[in-house]
Design a protein around this ligand. Structure first.
Ligand code: PLP
Length: 394
């Protein structure tokens, strides 16, 4: 086995979840998905496609009509003045994960310096390691309960020797997002250093801070069509389609043929019936996504005040995403805390240490709670269990 693969860390979230597998008495909030089934209009489109016998290979880059629909959809989210988005910049992939991996395969050689902003979903630090890259992380810092980016520190880390900068906002786990000005500053810097930016924007639509329906700021809003920028998106979160495995990349048109080649050697293509489902999702996005976001906001606004009322818990409402990321004052290693919460309290959360490669002392004791629950009473029940468990620790 390659050393890079041997050295990959086992997922800490899985370590906690495996400890609670098969236990019905555990309230599970550890994974990043809603417990709500995909809307029926999407499922019906897939069923119709299968009934029509669409069971064959398709184009590496995706059905032309889906690429076109994605370009139109994505352009519709952009403010006037953003670079026009054409389908020749889009490739359909097997979920956001595959989109990210294909982008890394296209851009990163063994030994390349890759900078990743943390805390972040662990795949984004593991994937450069799979490629044999030299990983360098810069961390957001909690300040008075909010997350803050030290722009000078980030820009200093991105040198002309940096091949790729990996960013995720709205961020998993913190919910933190960039301002448009920050995105412009980063892009200007990366143009100077010749660094590629890989922006993971799968939570773009799950944004609670703007006007209803407003998406989080995207790098596509501030970039030129031929910037060294790859943006990853997914149907998983905004259309309740995690199990379908469909996502897409937006990149400079000159990169698209290379990605087409790579897709051939990864998945060859995404299944046609799933792409038909995706077309239905886009056609109904004006109904589906605002309802998803409104419910998630209710979930967040129900969970966060309950957590804030628990002595020893520090948390602020996240501007976007699916998660409350909170600190348990005085608790150490979050992996052992999360395991104990499963065993002793019947509460399944993700350990904060899963989201850093080398957490600083102020990053200890954090836990991530996915609040995407249809039944809000599960959230209050979970907080009750946490409170009770903390009392036993006093
Ligand atoms: C930050 C981030 N990026 C990408 C993904 C990938 O999502 P999917 O592969 O389901 O599209 C996830 C999933 O949790 C995520 O949290």
């Amino acid at each position: 086995m390659r050393a890079a693969i041997e050295n990959l860390q086992e997922s800490m979230i899985r370590q906690v979840a495996n400890a609670g597998l098969g236990r019905d008495d555990v309230l599970k909030f550890w994974f990043g998905e809603s417990d709500e089934v995909t809307p029926s209009v999407i499922r019906e489109a897939a069923a119709l496609s299968l009934a029509a016998g669409e069971t064959f290979y398709s184009h590496n880059l995706g059905l032309p009509e889906l690429r076109q629909a994605l370009a139109t959809y994505s352009q519709g989210l952009r403010p006037a003045g953003a670079a026009a988005l054409k389908d020749d910049r889009i490739a359909v992939t097997a979920g956001g994960v595959n989109a990210l991996m294909v982008a890394m395969q296209a851009l990163v050689d063994a030994g390349d310096r890759v900078v990743v902003l943390t805390p972040v979903w662990p795949n984004l630090t593991a994937q450069p390691q799979v490629m044999g890259a030299q990983l360098h992380t810069v961390s957001l810092r909690p300040e008075l309960g909010r997350w803050r980016l030290d722009m000078d520190e980030l820009l200093a880390a991105v040198t002309p020797a940096t091949r790729l900068l990996v960013l995720n906002a709205p961020n998993n786990p913190t919910g933190w997002t960039f301002s448009r000005a920050e995105q412009e500053q980063i892009l200007t810097h990366c143009r100077r250093t010749g660094t590629w930016v890989l922006a993971d924007e799968v939570y773009e639509r799950l944004f609670f801070d703007g006007a209803p329906g407003q998406s989080a700021p995207s790098f596509l809003d501030v970039s030129e069509a031929e910037d060294r920028l790859v943006v990853v998106n997914s149907f998983s979160k905004s259309f309740l389609m995690t199990g379908w495995r469909l996502g897409w990349l937006t990149m400079p048109a000159s990169m698209t043929p290379a990605v087409g080649k790579l897709l051939e050697f990864n998945t060859s293509c995404s299944p046609v019936f799933i792409q038909r489902a995706a077309l239905a999702a886009l056609a109904h996005s004006a109904d589906i996504t605002p309802a998803v976001v409104a419910h998630l906001k209710r979930c967040r606004d129900s969970l966060v005040p309950l957590l804030q009322a628990v002595p020893g818990v520090q948390v602020t409402p996240s501007p976007g995403g699916l998660y409350a990321f909170f600190c348990l004052k005085g608790q150490g290693d979050s992996l052992s805390v999360a395991k104990r919460l499963v065993q002793e309290a019947g509460l399944g959360l993700a350990p904060g240490n899963a989201f850093h490669d080398n957490p600083a002392p102020e990053m200890q004791g954090w836990l991530r709670w996915c609040f995407a629950s249809q039944d809000l009473s599960r959230l209050s029940q979970g907080v009750g269990r946490l409170e009770q468990w903390l009392r036993t620790q006093a």
